[in-house]
Design a protein around this ligand. Sequence first.
Ligand SMILES: NC(=O)c1ccc[n+]([C@@H]2O[C@H](COP(=O)([O-])OP(=O)(O)OC[C@H]3O[C@@H](n4cnc5c(N)ncnc54)[C@H](O)[C@@H]3O)[C@@H](O)[C@H]2O)c1
Length: 265
Amino acid sequence: MVRLKEEYAARTLEGKVALVTGGSAGLGAEIVQRFTDSGACVAIADVKAPESGDCHFTRADVAHAEGFAAAVEAVIEDIGKLDIIVNNAAIQPHGIPLEDTTPELLDRVFHTNSHAVFYGLQLAKKYLSEGGSVINTSSFVGSIGAPNCPSYAASKAAVDHLTRVGAMELAPKQITVNAVAPGLILTPAVTTIPNNPEIRFIEERTPLGRAALPADIAPLYEFLASDAARFITGTVIPVDGGLSAGWNRYDLSPPLEWVDGQWQS
Ligand SMILES: NC(=O)c1ccc[n+]([C@@H]2O[C@H](COP(=O)([O-])OP(=O)(O)OC[C@H]3O[C@@H](n4cnc5c(N)ncnc54)[C@H](O)[C@@H]3O)[C@@H](O)[C@H]2O)c1
């Protein structure tokens, strides 16, 4: 995986135990690496095994409550506690408009992308240590309307609101709940699509002029999981090169009052 050249300065997660869903590939694998480099003991729950690393791994489909619960219980049993859950696993059926979205696909998307976050919050309320943290992976399309990915976009909007209501429910245990909303990330889910038109489209509209690498996104997860973020909860934070901040192009001409660099009134 391509990584930014940078030093991981501090072991901000020393002594903490984290579970990352969808940690075997893409952004999840980068979060696993970042957390490990920051001193955490990291476990992965994924339908497929990681290609490398020696993390605690449970093969689990987190779209099913029992599968997710089994992964959490395995961590508690094998490692002794759980401080951080990263609800990151998702499927991304882009390029499938309303008329092509079958009831089966809609169910699958919501179970994987939204129900799993709900289950993660339930499990966090039951099992997470006092002062722990939950970090959900949302998306820029969870808050911006766009055609051709209605099921995915709606499932991520649900993640945003689950983040807010989850923060309310878990606050009594001093557990924070936040979401990260990335722009386009160059993970296999995106780069393996032949001639993927989304890459150029997003690059042209992103003020910083490029799609993200996983290493652009993972540092915020580390921060949100650290004690330094203990008073931040209920937020959805964009990490998107400015994509959601506004239009990076706005064609305008000055009005007639603007003459030779002076406002004429
Ligand atoms: N790639 C992007 O451009 C982008 C942009 C915004 C948000 N996101 C979000 O980032 C997260 C990671 O995306 P990615 O691009 O790294 O995806 P990816 O497809 O590369 O990796 C997803 C991982 O989740 C696992 N997974 C899928 N369904 C699962 C299930 N039911 N149970 C357990 N594991 C499961 C997969 O096996 C895989 O390892 C997702 O939540 C995605 O919606 C991605």
